[in-house]
Ligand binder design. Structure first.
Ligand code: MSP
Length: 508
């Protein structure tokens, strides 16, 4: 069986999850669910990035012991993913002993290989981004995404010889077109890789920051948080019997554009140095913006809280809107208004309406039993054909992280079915007993079309599609993406009014 390993960034647990985190996690979860449905052996990892100065500082500000603070916040992430229908195979935490020992081993091997050396360093450090920054990146003395200006640091650090691997990294990206998607991000990185990138400081003096993994050969220093965090993509697999061989070769990372550099410069160089095969795909998202068009942030208070939105509209609606609204890779606005418009238009008006019309008519004309019919004409054949093309095309879009396009195509099929209902006017056919076979064909086609839709939308809206399938009288879980169109289900549909999506705004 084909394997696939999907990861999200591991999130800094200095606070609770926000919509940007949910955006990455939901995309990864959707990819994992589609992969399972397509029959792939799927492993999906998310987790918590628990070391670093930002966390240590936030714990102090909160008056808590650092470990207690991260435990509490990691639990918030675990609970949030549960509520949002994000179901990882494993939740990694960088404070786990198994992870720490994997990082120590990696460091030790690089040290022994001569890829790590000690030097004095002076530079500007951004605690917000947890990295050294260059003067060129600053606007009015600070990084645009940071609240505070970077601090001047002069200290003894250990360095990883990253520059040594620059040529290899560049060559890897160039000779694997599509490995970084969308392509513009690969171009951006390649342009930067034309210039020296320098070596990477991978330690902090424990006298200043004790929260971290001590270097195995010098416990006066702790490991730099990014060096530690990137290895969390691998460490969980080493705790599974045969996990590394089974999943690592198919790894695909989902990240935001803010962490593109660590995932190309640092991570690819580290992989090469550690003899780890590099990733198969790096899917890079843009940023979610608030209704004011600015990057969502706590200080601007322009964001939608994912759990509040899930409680108000259901987690499935939020999941749908996040994958449907903003094309993966570019920035886009997700506000309550945007959620409500999508809910009303796509889900309530188009899909919800089709479902209630279909169920009502099967109840009214066939006493809730899905009819069988041989009276398939050109229109029925065309819908069947369209549904087959969708089934066949879906993984192509999903594998390119074009889930939005997959949704557009599924919704186009739903619209086509709505047009079909209007054109065939079953309520007219029902008045003429000589047209009974045709009426049956229409109702049977609508029912079968909705079964296909429930399968295709299942990975995005698992709860809603389960409910829909149960209302349609079929098994709650789809077995496969390619389930064949059936002409003789003869099942009973739900016999009480069923509303899949309630509209928020009733006008229009
Ligand atoms: N801990 C690091 C990642 C280490 S991965 C080995 C980190 N964590 S983070 O919590 O700050 O952010 C992680 C990710 O959250 C970002 O890369 C991005 O995927 C997502 N987002 C955070 N804010 C976002 C938006 N406003 N919009 C979309 N996603 C953004 O960086």
């Amino acid at each position: 069986m084909k394997s696939i390993y999907v990861t999200t960034p591991i999130y800094y647990v200095n606070d609770r999850p926000h919509l940007g985190h949910a955006y990455a996690s939901i995309h990864a979860d959707v990819l994992a669910r589609y992969s399972r449905l397509a029959g792939r052996d799927t492993f999906f990892l998310t987790g918590a990035d628990e070391h670093g100065e930002k966390i240590a500082k936030a714990a102090v500000e909160n008056g808590e012991k650092t470990q207690d603070f991260v435990n509490r916040n990691a639990d918030l992430f675990i609970a949030a993913w549960k509520e949002l229908g994000v179901e990882p195979s494993q939740f990694v935490r960088t404070t786990l002993p198994s992870h720490k020992s994997y990082v120590s081993k990696g460091l030790q091997s690089l040290y022994e290989k001569g890829d790590i050396y000690q030097a004095e360093y002076e530079g500007l450090y951004s605690i917000g981004q947890e990295r050294f920054v260059t003067e060129k990146e600053l606007v009015n003395g600070k990084l645009p995404e940071d609240k505070d200006p970077p601090q001047l640091r002069r200290e003894v650090n250990y360095f990883f010889k990253m520059e040594k691997y620059r040529g290899w990294v560049k060559d890897f990206i160039e000779s694997n077109p599509g490995v970084i998607q969308p392509e513009n991000y690969a171009k951006e990185m390649l342009a930067l890789l034309d210039e020296p990138i320098g070596d990477l400081s991978i330690s902090r003096p424990a006298s200043r920051l004790s929260w971290g993994i001590p270097l195995p050969w010098d416990n006066e220093h702790v490991t730099y948080v990014w060096f530690d965090a990137l290895l969390s993509y691998v460490s969980p697999l080493t705790t599974l019997e045969g996990g590394f061989e089974r999943y690592w070769p198919s790894v695909r990372h989902i990240i935001g554009k803010d962490i593109l550099r660590p995932h190309t410069w640092f991570w690819l160089a580290m992989c090469k140095a550690l003899d780890l095969p590099p990733y198969k795909k790096l899917y890079v998202s843009g940023h979610l913006l608030g209704s004011d068009g600015r990057k969502m942030s706590k200080s601007l208070n322009n964001g939608v809280d994912p759990l509040t939105a899930a409680r108000k509209y259901t987690s499935d609606v939020l999941r749908y809107v996040l994958v449907r609204e903003v094309p993966f890779g570019v920035d886009g606005i997700v506000s309550e208004q945007v959620i409500e418009n999508r809910l009303d238009k796509d889900l309530a008006n188009e899909l919800g309406n089709l479902v209630s019309r279909t169920l009502t008519m099967i109840g009214l004309y066939c006493d809730f039993k899905v009819p069988t019919s041989q009276a398939y004409g050109a229109e029925e054949q065309a819908l069947m054909e369209q549904s087959r093309e969708l089934q066949e095309g879906i993984m192509g879009w999903v594998d390119d992280m074009k889930i939005r396009m997959a949704m557009e195509n599924i919704m186009a099929f739903v619209r086509e079915m709505n047009r079909y209902v209007t054109a065939r006017a079953p309520w007219k056919l029902a008045k003429d007993s000589s047209q009974r076979d045709e009426l049956n064909a229409v109702l049977q086609t609508l029912h079968e079309g909705l079964v296909v839709v429930s399968t295709l939308l299942g990975p995005v809206m698992p709860e809603k599609m389960r409910a829909l399938r149960s209302a349609l009288g079929v098994a709650e879980h789809s077995e496969s993406l390619n389930e064949a169109w059936q002409l003789d289900r003869g099942v009973q549909v739900i016999n009480v009014p069923f509303i899949l999506f309630a509209k928020v705004n009733n006008e229009g």
